[in-house]
Write a protein that binds this ligand. Structure first.
Ligand code: PLP
Length: 374
């Protein structure tokens, strides 16, 4: 059996090695390393794939979130609502821009921000909501967009974990994740569902005026060379990374399908265990399984993790500490308002999840999990 990895980028690369190598070599031949034609072509292809007006590539997912917030004319102290249970980048950028993060609890079964908790957290100073499509499942966008409209609040989607997922509204309309809010942000970090071979990210919007502004901000606020109209940053996607992404984008739906098959296998076997809860899938949100995350009941999570490790099965805890309890972002909030987050940090375990897992490996993983609980 091949060694089981949490993420196997090497095997995935070998399948497209020739194409990718040639694409990278041709960028080097042309020496168009920054803003070369590959970047423009990738941008167009991404816009077509997502059916979104504008994709603005940038240097990372964190930058994508930061630039999105910078473009929205928020003022110091404005409140931004997001989940307490997510990767720290989301609150990091809120802090950097001197905005005020307002953390709310997530739903226990879906791990996603809870619209009821959002509504309860809205104040006069609330200007934005950042739903995170955690683990690859789209947040309940219909409810979130309705709330935002009612209270005149902006929605910024953190789509770093869910690129390629779709959401179906109650009128039957379907939209790709990251294209429903005023802006969306994604990451091309190597292990993400659409990963490049370094850092990369993109911002999405259907608003032409905002897109123009964002294109300026990622490039030092310049719209005309050496005329700076906005305070900007230097955040560009390399041509080499764009060349890799152009070769991988046509595989994205296939990659996501492969992940879903792994999740189906896990679900089928592991739903039999009374010590485990499998991830809940929402009917109107397609899940692209950036992570496959179980909840382990009866305080057996750490024991399971150690046992699997001893059997050469890697696992990860995404995430062990709620954001409100992180040293950098500590907020004295009442634990009773974060019951689900606090249960989840003790119960969650993410299993190996990538596009190259085979049946032998999946059987080995699930056999050992079931064995542990026997
Ligand atoms: C990965 C990730 C980011 C940050 O992306 P980088 O490209 O690593 O900067 C932001 N939010 C979430 C939810 C992520 O998973």
């Amino acid at each position: 059996m091949r060694k089981i990895k949490m993420v196997d980028l090497q095997s995935q690369y070998y399948k497209i090695k020739n194409e990718v190598d040639n694409a990278m070599l041709s960028v080097m031949d042309s020496a168009t390393f920054i803003n070369g034609p590959e970047v423009q072509m990738f941008q167009k292809e991404l816009e077509e794939y997502l059916e979104v007006g504008h994709a603005i590539p940038c240097a990372s997912g964190t930058d994508a979130l930061q630039v999105a917030l910078m473009a929205l004319d928020l003022n110091e102290g404005d409140e931004v609502i997001t989940a307490d249970f997510t990767f720290a980048a989301t609150v990091e950028v809120i802090h950097l821009l001197k905005l005020k993060p307002v953390l709310v609890d997530v739903d226990y079964d879906t791990f996603l921000i809870d619209p009821k908790k959002i509504e309860a957290a809205i104040t006069e100073r609330t200007r934005a909501i950042i739903p995170v499509h955690l683990y690859g499942q789209v947040s309940p966008m219909e409810e979130i967009l309705e709330l935002a409209k009612k209270h005149n609040i902006l929605v910024i989607e953190d789509n770093a974990q869910a690129i390629g997922a779709e959401y179906t509204f109650s009128d039957g309309k379907r939209k790709k994740s990251g294209t429903m809010g005023i802006v969306g942000a994604t990451s091309f970090f190597p292990s993400k569902n659409l990963g490049c071979y370094g850092d990369g990210g993109s911002i999405f919007t259907n608003d032409d005026r905002l897109a123009k502004k964002i294109r300026g901000i990622v490039n030092h606020g310049m719209y005309e060379r050496y005329y700076h109209d906005e305070v900007g940053v230097n955040s560009r996607l390399d041509s080499l990374q764009a060349a890799v992404l152009r070769k991988k984008l046509p595989h994205l739906d296939g990659y996501n399908e492969a992940r879903r098959k792994v999740a189906d296998y896990y679900d089928k076997v592991l739903s039999e265990s009374k010590d485990l809860l499998i991830p809940k899938r929402l009917p109107n949100s397609s899940h692209v399984f950036h992570q496959y995350t179980l909840r382990v009941l009866n305080k057996k999570r750490n024991g399971l993790k150690d046992y699997l490790e001893s059997q050469d099965i890697p696992t990860m805890i995404y995430y062990p500490v709620p954001l409100r309890k992180q040293k950098a972002y500590r907020q004295d909030l009442e634990d009773k308002d974060f019951v689900n987050t606090d249960r989840l940090v003790d119960q969650v375990i993410s299993l190996p999840m990538h596009t190259e897992l085979d049946e032998e490996q999946l059987k080995y993983i699930t056999d050992h999990i079931m064995e542990f609980f026997k």
